[in-house]
Write a new protein. Structure first.
Length: 91
């Protein structure tokens, strides 16, 4: 499946599947809690850093057409505004 034609929801779903099916067990510990993880929804490759920016740039450098999904490690949402949650995707 070519990632270029995925909806935002499909990118989120695929990235969350990668996270739940293996990445979570590798990253949810100690100093990683609260950091941002950026996941390539096509390959499952990921990067972790404080804001997610460095990881997104690294993954985009490897694959400029990557569909990326960002989330906060150990939390259900990445950012909240006035009670509403927002999860960023980087294209």
């Amino acid at each position: 499946m070519q990632a270029l034609f995925w909806t935002v929801e499909e990118v989120a779903q695929r990235a969350k599947q990668f996270y739940e099916n293996g990445i979570r067990q590798q990253v949810e510990y100690g100093d990683n809690i609260g950091k941002m993880i950026v996941i390539d929804a096509e390959t499952g490759e990921y990067g972790i850093d404080k804001t997610g920016v460095e990881s997104a740039l690294m993954l985009k450098q490897k694959n400029p057409k990557a569909r990326l999904f960002t989330m906060r490690i150990g939390y259900d949402v990445a950012v909240t505004f006035g009670g509403a949650s927002m999860v960023r995707t980087v294209e």
